[in-house]
Design a protein around this ligand. Structure first.
Ligand SMILES: NC(=O)c1ccc[n+]([C@@H]2O[C@H](COP(=O)([O-])OP(=O)(O)OC[C@H]3O[C@@H](n4cnc5c(N)ncnc54)[C@H](O)[C@@H]3O)[C@@H](O)[C@H]2O)c1
Length: 440
């Protein structure tokens, strides 16, 4: 089986290498020449544990990065689209990259072989039926040999490879039996349960997942703010004890039912907005989602206020963590950027930050934010007047333990003892909250 994957980001590169690992012949195409060059040179363009070795294993053997997709498309029966679907107007999903990649595919087809075009990018319910199918049909006669399918991706950044290999389920949203059969055959060797649904159901399942996670996070943040108003509540401890409820059946959702700095990263913010916009466009007002979005937006100001309370404008604010979650260098929609932006708007211009992986990419992506990067978490703890933990990197614990300046634990990752408040049993806190409300 021969596969072409458009878009070699977190999802696309994982998909391409995953299929190569299953023994298929895979071609990868990315519109960003720098990214293509890096991958073709055997370098991962982002931090993703475990994927380096897989890239080395398959590059040039059965995984090839190509600049011109024409030949790759000609050889392939499966074309996967893993391009970005960022915020568009009014929060709706912008499908420009997806249609560009589909047009490139169609232009490259010169024979009558049946091909299935599979969207792995996250697209709002109804997109395949209402936009992709008519778009592809308009493009020409050869299209009667094309199947159109949706195959949502549920992987988590930082665990992309593990999540590909051990996915909980594979969802195939197909509208024709040939595509369904082809995709089942492709995925069968993985031994993962496969669910065949309509394309719109497939699209919806992805949003069900991400909007529920966003809702849990906003719920947790709202409860943490209510707890602050009630007073005398150890918020971290309360949530960690909540997680011990047997009714959750040991599911691993605790990092989402935990307060933090607000959800960030590439997916939850844009997908929550996109589903909200799509439902509204169809005439339904999703009130809970509306509140989830607005609570999240307000959360950044609540955190900024906590950090600056009682500080003077010439104080140095120390920031620990810039990526949207630990073990990742992804800073797209990271709460740290929102919070630092608010601090600077309020006149706090002396910001000293440290992140184990994301400092360079943060400076590239947010050149408007004036942040001095430190050499270590220890330097931040020594030199800042007040320190805010914005990402729950495990490695911060040591520097924080030795820190004598005030710390605002915006991720609730520390035990009360670690920040000098007696009364928390360390074993409860450390085993339950290693992710410290780091969502994504
Ligand atoms: N990141 C995640 O954790 C995750 C998880 C599940 C689903 N998704 C969804 O998957 C999609 C991709 O996400 P990502 O995080 O991998 O994005 P990404 O930004 O890391 O990668 C997208 C890649 O597509 C490339 N691209 C854009 N237009 C192209 C074109 N016409 N031809 C070839 N390449 C093109 C870009 O250069 C980029 O490298 C999005 O819809 C996202 O919502 C992401």
């Amino acid at each position: 089986m021969v596969i072409t994957v458009f878009g070699l980001g977190f999802v696309g590169l994982t998909t391409a290498l995953g299929f190569a690992h299953l023994g298929y012949q895979v071609y990868g195409v990315d519109a960003n020449p720098e990214r293509s060059r890096q991958i073709a040179g055997g370098e991962l363009p982002f931090l993703e544990p475990g994927m380096d070795a897989v890239l080395q294993e398959h590059l040039g053997l059965n995984f090839f990065v190509v600049d011109d997709p024409k030949e790759a498309v000609a050889r392939s029966e499966y074309i996967f689209y893993c391009v970005g679907t960022p915020y568009g107007e009014d929060g709706a999903a912008d499908l420009t990259y997806l249609f560009q990649a589909m047009d490139t595919t169609i232009e490259a087809i010169e024979d009558e072989k049946f091909r299935v075009l599979v969207t792995k990018s996250t697209i709002p319910p109804g997109t395949t039926a209402e936009q992709i199918v008519p778009h592809v049909q308009k493009k020409g006669e050869a299209c009667y040999r094309l199947g159109i399918a949706n195959n949502p991706e549920f992987l988590r950044e930082g665990k992309c490879w593990e999540d590909f290999l051990h996915a909980d389920r594979i969802v195939l949203g197909c509208s024709d039996p040939i595509s369904e059969e082809m995709l089942q055959k492709l995925y069968e060797p993985m031994g993962i349960p496969i669910f065949c649904v309509s394309p719109t159901t497939g699209e919806f399942i992805k949003y069900l997942s991400n909007t529920l996670l966003a809702t849990l996070i906003s719920y947790s943040n709202e409860m943490a703010e209510a707890a602050d108003v009630f007073g005398d509540i150890d918020v971290a401890k309360a949530f960690r004890i909540l997680h011990m409820d047997k009714r959750w059946g040991g599911c691993n959702m605790t990092s989402y039912v935990y307060p933090g700095c607000g959800y960030g990263g590439y997916c939850l913010p844009k997908d929550t907005c996109a589903l909200h916009a799509q439902a509204k466009a169809k005439g339904y007002e999703p009130n809970i989602l509306g509140e989830v979005i607005s609570l999240n937006a307000k959360r950044f100001s609540v955190i900024a206020e906590k950090i600056t309370k009682g500080l003077t404008k010439d104080s140095t604010i120390g920031i620990l963590g810039l990526s949207f979650k630990p073990d990742s260098d992804d800073v797209r929609d990271t709460p740290a950027a929102k919070i630092i932006g608010l601090l600077q708007e309020q006149g706090y211009t002396r910001v000293l930050a440290y992140d184990p992986a994301a400092m360079e990419v943060f400076q590239r992506q947010y050149p408007q934010l004036c942040v001095q990067m430190a050499e270590s978490a220890g330097q931040v703890c020594r030199e800042a007047d007040r320190i805010a933990i914005l990402t729950a990197w495990e490695e911060f614990r040591e520097s924080v333990a030795a820190c004598t300046n005030p710390i605002i634990d915006c991720r609730y990752m520390l035990t009360a003892e670690e920040i000098g408040i007696p009364g928390t049993e360390g074993h409860v806190a450390k085993s339950q909250a290693t992710t410290g409300g780091s969502h994504g």
